[in-house]
Design a protein around this ligand. Structure first.
Ligand code: UDP
Length: 382
C-alpha cells in the first residue's frame, strides 16, 4: 500500500515526502504525533490576526540558490532582513556586534582605534567568531573581545545552554560572529525572505499530492514497530523505506541512554499597543530568565492596534514534558549519538534525516539542502 513511511512532518520530512511522491511517484505515509504540519517551523495567525511562529522565530536565509529555486515551486516570497538588538548597559545595540555597535558602546576615539585594529587584523565584511577574537594577541583587541564576550555571550549562552561558550561546540557561538563592517542585519546571506503567506501555507502546498497520505495526531508507535532490526506497519512486515526525522534515541528505546536536547518555553503575550520594541528581536543577554523577545509584526507587518510578542525561556528537555529544539553539542553527546548512528546503519531500509534524527543544528536552508541530497541518493535505490 505504501512505498515509504516518513516519520515526522517537519521541514525535512515534508521535503522528502514531496520529492518522493512527485518525482519518484512513490506512495508515502507521512506521520506526525502533533496535529500540525511543519514541525517547529509551524506558523499560524493568532486571535488578533498576527502571523506568529509558534515554536520561536524562524527566519529563512541562504546563499543556496538551488534551495530557493526548489521552495519557490510552492510559495511566493517577501523580502525580509532580520535585525536583532541586544540590550546591554541600558542601551539597545545592533548584533552581531559590528562597527555600528562599536561606535554606540565606546567613546568615538576608542571606537576608531578598535575599528582600525580590527581592519588591520581581518578583511572588511568578514566574520570573526568571538572565541577566535579572544585568542587575539593584541591588547586592544583582547580588551574588545573580553567586552563582547562578557556583555553578549557568556550570560546568554548560560541561559540558552546552561554552559559556558567554551564548553559547547565552537560552531554554536560562531553563528553570531563579530562582524567586521557596517552591515547590521542578523544574517548576510544573498537570499533573506519569507514565504508570503507563511511557512505552513508553503508546507500545505508541498504536501498537496494524491500520493501522500498524511496522518496527524499519530505517534509512530501507534502504527509501526521496530523489532530485531525490522519494521512492521499495522503488524505486517514493512520492507519499503522508512525515513525517520524524530529523536534517534527514542527510536531505539534509549538503549545507550538519552541524548540531551535543549528546550524552550514559549510565552506569547498580545498587548493593546501598536508596537512593543524597535526591532523584530531584542536579546537580553544579562537580564531576565528569557533570552529574547520577538515582536511578530516586524516580521509579517499588519496594520493593527495590537501587537504580539514572544519571550523565550530556555530549559532542559524532559521526555514527555516539553519539546526538543536544539541538540546539545558536546563531545560526549556526539559520541553517544555515534553509537545510535551505528545501530541505525545496520537497518538497510532506515534513513535518518533532520535536526533531531541526525542530532545536528541545521538551519532551515541546510535542512532543505540536506533532504534534497538524501532524496538524490535514495531515488537511485528505489
Ligand atoms: N548568542 C549569544 N548572545 C546573543 C546571541 C547568541 O551568546 O545575543 C550565542 C548563544 O550561545 C546562542 C548562539 O550564539 O545559542 C546562537 O545564536 P542564534 O541566534 O543563532 O540562535 P537560534 O536563533 O538558533 O536560537
Amino acid at each position: 500500500m505504501f512505498d515509504v513511511i516518513t516519520v515526522g512532518a517537519g521541514l525535512s520530512g515534508i521535503v522528502l515526502a514531496e520529492r518522493l511522491s512527485s518525482v519518484s511517484n512513490k506512495k508515502i505515509l507521512l506521520l506526525d504525533r502533533r496535529n500540525t504540519i511543519g514541525g517547529n517551523c509551524y506558523d499560524e495567525k493568532n486571535e488578533v490576526n498576527i502571523l506568529i511562529h509558534k515554536y520561536g522565530p524562524h527566519l529563512f536565509h541562504t546563499d543556496n540558490k538551488a534551495v530557493v529555486d526548489y521552495l519557490s515551486n510552492f510559495t511566493e516570497w517577501e523580502v525580509y532582513n532580520h535585525k536583532v538588538l541586544a540590550y546591554i548597559d541600558g542601551r539597545e545595540v545592533p548584533i552581531p556586534f559590528n562597527f555600528n555597535t562599536l561606535y554606540q558602546v565606546f567613546p568615538p576615539e576608542l571606537a576608531k582605534k578598535l575599528e582600525q585594529k580590527l581592519l588591520a587584523a581581518y578583511p572588511y565584511n568578514s566574520k570573526v567568531p568571538i572565541l577566535e577574537l579572544k585568542q587575539s594577541a593584541d591588547e586592544d583587541l583582547q580588551f574588545l573581545a573580553d567586552y563582547i564576550y562578557e556583555k553578549i555571550f557568556v550570560n546568554y549562552t548560560a541561559k540558552q545552554w546552561g554552559m559556558k561558550p567554551e564548553e559547547i561546540d565552537a560552531a554554536v557561538t560562531a553563528r553570531v560572529p563579530v562582524f567586521i563592517g557596517r552591515d547590521d542585519r542578523y544574517f548576510n546571506d544573498t537570499y533573506q525572505m519569507l514565504p508570503i503567506r507563511g511557512y505552513t501555507e508553503m508546507f500545505r502546498n508541498m504536501l498537496d499530492h494524491p500520493n501522500i497520505k498524511l496522518m496527524l495526531n499519530t505517534d509512530f508507535k501507534e502504527v509501526c514497530e521496530l523489532k530485531d532490526g525490522k519494521f512492521y506497519l499495522f503488524g505486517q512486515p514493512f520492507d519499503g523505506q522508512v525515513i525517520y526525522t524524530g529523536q534517534i534515541d527514542e527510536l531505539f528505546a534509549y538503549r545507550f541512554g538519552e541524548l540531551p536536547y535543549r528546550s524552550v518555553r514559549m510565552e506569547f503575550e498580545t498587548l493593546s499597543r501598536r508596537w512593543y520594541q524597535d526591532a523584530a528581536t531584542v536579546n537580553y543577554p544579562n537580564q531576565y530568565a528569557f533570552t529574547r523577545i520577538t515582536e511578530f509584526k516586524h516580521i509579517h507587518p499588519i496594520d493593527s492596534d495590537q501587537t504580539t510578542i514572544l519571550k523565550e525561556y530556555p530549559e532542559p528537555y524532559v521526555i514527555g514534558k516539553n519539546t526538543p529544539y536544539y541538540p546539545v553539542f558536546t563531545g560526549e553527546n556526539q559520541r553517544k549519538y555515534a553509537q545510535y548512528k551505528d545501530l541505525a546503519a545496520q537497518i538497510p531500509n532506515l534513513t535518518l534525516v533532520g535536526r533531531l534524527a541526525e542530532y545536528r543544528y541545521y538551519d532551515m536552508d541546510d535542512a532543505v539542502a540536506n533532504a534534497l541530497d538524501i532524496f538524490e541518493d535514495m531515488k537511485e535505490k528505489l
